[in-house]
Write a protein that binds this ligand. Structure first.
Ligand SMILES: NC(=O)c1ccc[n+]([C@@H]2O[C@H](COP(=O)([O-])OP(=O)(O)OC[C@H]3O[C@@H](n4cnc5c(N)ncnc54)[C@H](O)[C@@H]3O)[C@@H](O)[C@H]2O)c1
Ligand SMILES: [Zn+2]
Ligand SMILES: [Zn+2]
Length: 397
């Protein structure tokens, strides 16, 4: 089959690879109809996630049709159309029972690596690092689905792929980030990042009843999209973020701050940028935590910092004194996708959420390698890429 395959930094290729097969009686095989590129994939593309191997199939936001099931699969049937959450879950361990799905205790088949990297293992993840199991991803024609009875979410035929695809990752990620803010009607919620995750944070914070939502980025078309969805916008190239956020909150700062940027934040200050980029390049710190620093400074005392943005390891110069003395709460995590999918699917069916608004590019899987660059460099207004293995390539190679 064909798949997008990681070969090192800035090197993802459209390769021919062996077809996946049932390896365990609880597996299923999915034929992919649509998949997407996530901001988390950019961290892989940029070579910033440890534990990747040459030849890994990438992709963790995908859906399609079940074409084969193992002998012990009971709930899923051949022919069903499903969205597959990026977190692989066993459904039965203590964490799964508490709906803390992204920290499932059983699905990381490289548990000892997870324990070493994070203190205790997390769930297995599709198309990500070997620290989280090294499972083949869904930017492919077919994918093996371990524990098929528990992860995949059946979707009704009347909804298009575009309406439901993001249920597997970025829609519940934005939603969980907003839920973690415990939003009150008097709250100002500030969202750093107007990428796909930031956009879903904005609409979720609106739906959960925030008084005002502010979105920060420096990409004009992304800010314009957040503004169309009701956010007040701040371009960090033009304005001092802390001054403006304080001005919008009578000098008190936003009660709730969401980091939808993660480990590759750009800092407006040349010096801070240079220091973090250099340290990251020579492995003195794994992450560039500019947004965390800014949130810790500007957040109102007793406020909440919600961090869906991905961090990989260690960050320097975190002003923890600000967090402690102001009594801030930090809530974060890979998304517990299946905790939210039933509710969000109902909201899509009722027309309360239409996730298609973020899609700017729909292309063949073959065009994936170019689309990674286009999405990363934000060329031609690219905000979210959907790829379809069944499509012919639209532009000549
Ligand atoms: N927690 C989870 O389960 C989960 C799920 C999906 C994605 N993520 C993470 O969410 C983050 C965002 O994902 P995305 O798909 O939107 O990616 P993206 O790269 O498209 O968006 C990031 C945005 O942040 C902006 N940005 C950079 N520096 C900034 C700064 N200093 N202030 C404000 N904005 C800044 C960029 O211009 C960009 O628009 C990534 O770290 C991704 O790995 C986490
Ligand atoms: Zn993702
Ligand atoms: Zn589990």
């Amino acid at each position: 089959m064909k798949a997008l395959v990681w070969h090192g930094r800035n090197d993802i290729r459209f390769d021919t690879v062996p077809d996946p097969r049932i390896e365990d009686p609880r597996d299923a095989i999915l034929k992919v109809s649509s998949c997407a590129i996530c901001g988390s994939d950019l961290h892989l593309h940029n070579g910033l996630v440890p534990g990747m191997k040459d030849g890994d199939i990438v992709g963790h936001e995908f859906m399609g049709e079940i074409v084969e099931v193992g002998s012990e699969v009971e709930r899923r049937k051949v022919g069903e159309r499903v969205v597959v959450p990026f977190t692989i879950i066993c459904g039965e361990c203590d964490q799964c029972k508490n709906h803390n799905f992204s920290v499932c205790e059983r699905t990381n088949r490289n548990k000892e690596k997870g324990d070493e990297a994070f203190g205790h293992t997390t769930a297995g993840l599709y198309g990500y690092t070997h620290l989280t199991g090294g499972y083949a991803g869904g930017q492919a024609e077919y994918v093996r689905i371990p524990y098929a009875d528990f992860g995949p979410v059946k979707v009704p035929d009347e909804l298009s792929d575009e309406q439901v695809l993001f249920l597997g990752d970025i829609l519940p990620t934005g939603w969980q980030a907003a839920i973690q803010c415990d939003i009150q009607p008097t709250d100002t919620v500030a969202v750093w990042g107007a990428g796909p995750v930031g956009q879903f944070c904005v609409i979720s914070a609106m739906m959960l009843g925030a008084k005002q939502v502010i979105c920060i980025d420096n990409v004009p078309e992304r800010l314009a999209l957040a503004e169309r969805n009701g956010a007040i916008i701040i371009n960090f190239d033009d304005e001092n973020v802390i001054h403006r956020l304080n001005a919008l909150t009578s000098g008190k700062g936003p009660e709730k701050c969401i980091d939808a940027v993660g480990m590759e934040a750009h800092a407006p200050s040349m010096l801070e940028n240079a220091i973090d980029q250099t340290k990251q390049a020579i492995n003195l710190e794994s992450d560039r935590p500019h947004v965390l620093r800014e949130m810790m400074e500007v957040c109102r005392p007793a406020g909440i910092l919600s961090v869906p943005g991905v961090y990989g390891g260690v960050s320097d110069k975190i002003p923890f004194g600000m967090v402690m003395n102001k009594g801030l709460t930090i809530r974060t995590g890979q998304t517990h996708v299946n905790r939210w999918t039933d509710d969000l699917l109902s909201r899509i069916q009722r027309g309360e959420i239409d996730p298609t608004f973020i899609i700017t590019d729909t292309v063949s899987l073959e065009e994936g390698p170019e689309m990674y660059k286009k999405f990363k460099n934000k060329e031609d207004g690219c905000i979210k890429v959907v790829m379809k293995p069944g499509l012919e390539r639209s532009v000549a190679a």
